[in-house]
Design a protein around this ligand. Structure first.
Ligand SMILES: NC(=O)c1ccc[n+]([C@@H]2O[C@H](COP(=O)([O-])OP(=O)(O)OC[C@H]3O[C@@H](n4cnc5c(N)ncnc54)[C@H](O)[C@@H]3O)[C@@H](O)[C@H]2O)c1
Length: 396
C-alpha cells in the first residue's frame, strides 16, 4: 500500500472538516480534489482557505509563493456532486467528511468505489458511526479505514486512525505514516464507540453534570475547580457551551447507546432540557451561562475543600475511563495519553497523571464513590485493580 507525496488526495464534503483536511493535504504537497453536494460549498471552502493562507503570509509563517502553491494544488469542483464522481478517478486516497448520517455515507462509499481504482484507500472522518457499518456498504470494504481529524483540522494535531475488522492490514500503518508526513500526531484506535477521545472525555462532562444535578456545586464553581485545581483550559460547562449542547449531548447519547447503556456514559436530563429549550451554548446566546449582551457571569464559590471534592471526583472518573479504554483494547496506554493531550488539550495525559497521584489513591476515590452510591457507574476498571494489586504502573 503506497501512500506518498505523489498520491492525489480526494476530499468529499467541503464543510468545516473537509475544508481543513484539504488545506492540510495541500500543505503537505498533495494535489487535492475537493467536492461537495451543496452548491456554493466549495466556493466557501476556497474563500476560507485563502483567508487562512493570507493570515499565514501576514504573520510571516509562509512565503507568498508557498501560499500560492498550496492554494493552486487544490482542484475545487464547482458543480455540486451528484452522481458523477469521475473527478476522484486519479485519487490514491479519498477522505469522506460529509454529514454524519450512515445512509448518506454508505451510498457515497458505494458510488466512490465505482469511480476510483481498486487500489484507492477510502477514509472516513466519522466521529460517531462505526467504521464497519460504513465499510460494509462497499464491494471491496477492505480498503476502508477511519481517519478521524479534530476540529479545526488544520490546527489540531491529533488524528485517530481506526482500522475495522476487515481492513487490509497494511492500510492503517500506511495511513499512520502518511499522517506523520502531514505533521499530524496519529494514534491507533479500535473501532469502538467514541474511538479514544470522544469516549475517554465523556466523564469530564458527565460527572460534572452529575455534580450539578446533585446540587453539590454550581456550574461556575465546578468550572473554577477544574481550571484552578486541574489546570484544564476550560471548565466542563464552559466547554459544553462552546462545543454546543446539541453536539455534546448527541455524542454522549451515541457513546451511551454504542456501549449498550453502560451507566458510566448515562446522559443528563439537565443537558437534554437545555437542548430542548434551545439553550445550545454560545451559538444560541444561552447555555449553562448567559452570553447575551449585558448578562453577568455568576461567581464561583472558591472553597478549597469543595474544589478538591469536585476535582478528585471528575479526575477519578476520567482516569478510570482511560484505564478501562486500555483494558478493553480501545488503544495503547501511550496513544490514550497522546490523544487526550493532543486532541483536547488536557494538561496532562490521564495515565501519567494517575501514576503521579498513585494508582492506589485513585482506586480509593472510586471505591468510596461506588460505596456511597452503590452504582455500577463508579466501578473501578479491572485493570486498575490489577495494577494496584501487582504494584505496577501504566508507564515504566
Ligand atoms: N465538526 C467537528 O467538530 C467534527 C470533528 C471530527 C469529525 N467530524 C465529522 O466530520 C464530518 C463532517 O463534519 P463537519 O463538521 O465538517 O460538517 P459540515 O456540516 O460543516 O459539512 C458537511 C458537508 O458535507 C456536505 N455533504 C452532505 N452530504 C453530502 C454528500 N452526500 N456528498 C457530498 N457532500 C455532502 C454538506 O453540503 C456540507 O458542506 C462528519 O462525519 C462529522 O461527524 C466533525
Amino acid at each position: 500500500m503506497a501512500l506518498d507525496h505523489t498520491t492525489v488526495v480526494g476530499v468529499v464534503g467541503a464543510g468545516a472538516m473537509g475544508t481543513g483536511i484539504a488545506q492540510v493535504a495541500a500543505t503537505a504537497g498533495h494535489t487535492v480534489v475537493l467536492a461537495d453536494a451543496t452548491r456554493g460549498a466549495t466556493q466557501r471552502a476556497q474563500a476560507n482557505i485563502a483567508k487562512v493562507m493570507e493570515r499565514e503570509v501576514q504573520k510571516e509563517r509562509l512565503s507568498r509563493n508557498a501560499a500560492d502553491e498550496i492554494m493552486s494544488r487544490i482542484d475545487y469542483q464547482w458543480e455540486p456532486l451528484v452522481s458523477d464522481l469521475s473527478a476522484f478517478r486519479k485519487c490514491g486516497l479519498v477522505i469522506e467528511a460529509i454529514i454524519e448520517d450512515l445512509e448518506s455515507k454508505r451510498s457515497l462509499f458505494r458510488a466512490l468505489e465505482g469511480a476510483v481504482s481498486s487500489e484507492t484507500v477510502l477514509g472516513t472522518n466519522t466521529s460517531s458511526l462505526s467504521i464497519a457499518s460504513i465499510a460494509s456498504a462497499c464491494e471491496h470494504p477492505e480498503r476502508v479505514v477511519g481517519i478521524h481529524f479534530f476540529n479545526p483540522a488544520a490546527v489540531m494535531p491529533l488524528v485517530e486512525v481506526v482500522p475495522w475488522l476487515g481492513v487490509t492490514p497494511t492500510i492503517p500503518a500506511a495511513v499512520h505514516a502518511l499522517m506523520l508526513r502531514w505533521q499530524k500526531i496519529p494514534v491507533l484506535a479500535s473501532d469502538t464507540p467514541g474511538f479514544i477521545v470522544n469516549r475517554v472525555a465523556r466523564p469530564f462532562y458527565g460527572e460534572a453534570l452529575r455534580l450539578l444535578d446533585e446540587n453539590i456545586a454550581s456550574a461556575a464553581t465546578i468550572d473554577w475547580a477544574m481550571k484552578e485545581l486541574g489546570g484544564f483550559r476550560m471548565g466542563p460547562f464552559e466547554l459544553m457551551d462552546f462545543i454546543g449542547n446539541d453536539v455534546n449531548y448527541a455524542v454522549t447519547r451515541s457513546v451511551f447507546e454504542g456501549m449498550f447503556y453502560d451507566p458510566r456514559y448515562r446522559p443528563s436530563n439537565t443537558q437534554r432540557r437545555l437542548v430542548e429549550s434551545g439553550f445550545l451554548g454560545r451559538k444560541s446566546g444561552r447555555g449553562y451561562y448567559d452570553y447575551r449582551d449585558g448578562a453577568t457571569r455568576p461567581e464561583p464559590i472558591k472553597d478549597q475543600s469543595t474544589g478538591v471534592l469536585i476535582f478528585e471526583r471528575i479526575l477519578a472518573m476520567l482516569i478510570n475511563e482511560a484505564i478501562d479504554a486500555v483494558h478493553m483494547g480501545a488503544a495503547s496506554a501511550q496513544d490514550v495519553d497522546l490523544a487526550m493531550t493532543k486532541g483536547v488539550n488536557y494538561p496532562k495525559g490521564l495515565l501519567v497523571w494517575a501514576n503521579e497521584i498513585g494508582l492506589q489513591r485513585v482506586l480509593g476515590w472510586l471505591e468510596r464513590l461506588q460505596e456511597d452510591y452503590g452504582e455500577d457507574r463508579y466501578r473501578p476498571s479491572p485493570l486498575l485493580r490489577r495494577m494496584v494489586r501487582d504494584d505496577r504502573r501504566l508507564f515504566p
